[in-house]
Design a binder for this molecule. Structure first.
Ligand code: SF4
Length: 321
């Protein structure tokens, strides 16, 4: 092995998506306008560093609304909430700001529409994930959750009637398609959602890591353990041919042994990961004798979302005061 054989490639797009950017700015602006503390139900986005940074500024993260004092301001996370949570907030007279990603809201609308049409819905997603809880809450009587292709065998719905499938936004595209194929075999009248539920950011990050994985001895994915899309990036990298792939929250979690005999390293990060954490990993690798990283970009992203209207209204009033 020679020094010159070593290289580091960073996948692009990586890191922050439009929904995460909007959610984080929402909490920052809420702190500016209303002052600390601002309560946030669940982690605003699934990233430890982001949550800790906002906590230092005065955000208080809670699991449920009964931990929020009556009359306080609470932000709902990017993953979305069920109607029951909105109702509970109204009962407790909380001021709410909904930072649900518009692409998650789109899936909620689809669920409501199909439930109104009395169609059974198979939701492909992970049990216990906040997004899945929120989406299922829109139409609990119509939903059947399927987590893996093999779960399709256990789905008990009429096979001679239409069934529609929806999905969590941050799944593996390939595994989801495998599940859909199994559903099609079992339910010949299966209907697809009007457009992709797996969001553009998840798809782009998976495609970008695929491009670098086959040529990598090691892929390092920066992202937190509860970040669905980050965990999927590890799986996708391995399926696409990476010899090894690991997820780390930051550079301090890299095990030096992973670098033994490794020349070609690929790096990427999940949709909730600030770039500073990727920079930390690249600096660590340079410190271990690897050259500066080269970026391999497969697509430019330009999507942005407006901040929640309830926040914009208060921002405007503040400007005019
Ligand atoms: Fe929205 Fe996709 Fe980002 Fe989730 S990963 S916040 S669905 S853009």
């Amino acid at each position: 092995m020679t020094e010159s054989a070593k290289h580091v490639v960073v996948a692009a797009p990586r890191g922050y998506c439009a929904g995460v950017d909007r959610a984080v700015i929402t909490v920052e602006k809420a702190l500016d306008i209303y002052g600390a503390p601002v309560y946030v139900r669940k982690q605003i986005v699934h990233n430890k560093h982001v949550v800790e940074t906002l906590e230092q500024r005065g955000a208080i993260f809670v699991e449920e609304l009964d931990e929020v004092p009556a009359g306080a301001t609470v932000v709902f996370s990017a993953h979305g909430v069920s109607p029951a949570v909105h109702e509970q907030a109204a009962e407790r007279q909380l001021k709410t700001i909904d930072a649900t990603c518009p692409l998650v809201t789109k899936v909620h609308h689809e669920a409501k529409r199909f439930a109104k049409d009395e169609l059974p819905i198979v939701l492909i997603g992970h049990a216990g994930h906040e997004e899945v809880e929120g989406t299922m809450g829109e139409a609990p009587d119509h939903m059947t959750l399927v987590q893996h292709p093999d779960d399709v065998d256990q789905v008990e719905l009429p096979t001679d009637k239409p069934v529609v499938w929806l999905s969590q936004t941050t799944l593996s595209v390939d595994e989801t398609m495998e599940t859909v194929d199994r559903l099609k075999e079992k339910f010949p009248l299966l209907q697809a959602p009007p457009s992709d539920d797996i969001c553009y950011a998840t798809q782009n990050r998976q495609q970008a890591v695929k491009e670098i994985a086959a040529n990598s001895d090691l892929v390092i994915v920066v992202g937190s353990s509860n970040s669905s899309n980050s965990v999927r990036l590890v799986e996708v990298a391995l399926e696409a041919g990476a010899k090894a792939a690991y997820r780390v929250d930051n550079a301090s979690e890299i095990d030096e042994a992973w670098l033994d005999g490794v020349d070609r390293i690929g790096i990427t990060s999940g949709a909730s990961v600030p770039e500073v954490l990727v920079d930390g990993v690249l600096e660590y690798l340079e410190g271990k004798g690897y050259p500066k990283a080269v970026e391999e970009r497969i697509i430019e992203e330009s999507l942005t979302f407006a901040l929640p209207p309830e926040l914009r209204k208060d921002m405007k009033q503040r400007e005019q005061a």
